[in-house]
Design a protein around this ligand. Sequence first.
Ligand SMILES: *Cc1c(COP(=O)(O)O)cnc(C)c1O
Length: 361
Amino acid sequence: MSRATAASISHAALRHNLAELRRRAPNSRVMAVVKADAYGHGLERVASVLRDADAFGVAALSDAERIRDAGLDNRVVLLSGFDEPEDLPVLRRLKLDAVVHCDEQLRMLELDARSPGADPLRVWVKLDTGMNRLGFRPERVGELQQRLGDLRNVHAALQWMSHLARSDEFDVPSTPEQLAAFDAAMRDINGDRSLANSAAILGWPASHRDWIRPGGALYGMSVVDGKTGADFGLKPAMSLHTRLIAVKEVRAGDCIGYGGTHVCERDGRIGIAAIGYGDGYPRLAPAGTPVLVDGKASRIVGRVSMDLMAIDLDGCPGAQVGSPVLLWGPELPIETIASAAGTISYELACGITRRVRFMDE
Ligand SMILES: *Cc1c(COP(=O)(O)O)cnc(C)c1O
């Protein structure tokens, strides 16, 4: 039998989440962000299920290529834009929208405008309103509009975007300040606007504008501290599960696993599940992190190892070899596991490794 460890991806949950985001931002178009292999959910699968998104957002040219190879002709936005002049013909061939965020890219476009066959590209100009990662300073919008507007290899209608640094914190002024900086710079400028990532869609309706850019929320995940995707009416798309491959009787005083970090207080039963950090389950998840065995609440004991973990079977008298173990999913929020491991849900979903079998449901 093949290894039981699998990630099930719910197509219904993906569709529900897209519909829920459209309901929350009824006047916006949706750029579904499918970077990092659709946050670990599988790019081709997710893009096909969400094919009625108005556009897809990706971080790598190779991801855009995969979307086209899957036969999808949606708009695709290359969120970090192009890296070198040789990328531009590829953008044209794949009919991609380019984000332009820095002077180097601007100069590449200006040079490209002189070459034959330089058909117009659709461009999103990225402004840095406070994230201090990618983007032009907002006071340059006039100049950017002028320079890009003069180029025959750039579509006349420019789109304008910015990214929010703290949209997951609903009680700090950072997001309204970034919106104000964006609006002040854009006062005399036409063109579609886009600012809202998942947390902003959920918590800052004033940020919705022409295009929302949900990533995590599409997969039913939240990065708002203390909240799960379900708290916002979203459905987790991924369930990570495996089975027990051994059940051991242990005595008081026995030590479990590497480092012997867990010492049994009394006689009992320990289940060994076929999953570990080699599958992407975080090694930093401490003893006590919840798992479900046969649907019943239990907890990890000792250290997570590469292929295996040990589970306390005290509350699961019926558990035996072959019993199903759920690591996260609708019944056990990924946010709970992420918080126990000191990270966010996105990192866990992105970190599922290639040996995990993917199943569609
Ligand atoms: C990743 C990304 C998003 C999506 O962020 P989420 O928090 O997952 O919704 C939106 N916009 C840009 C530019 C991104 O890089």
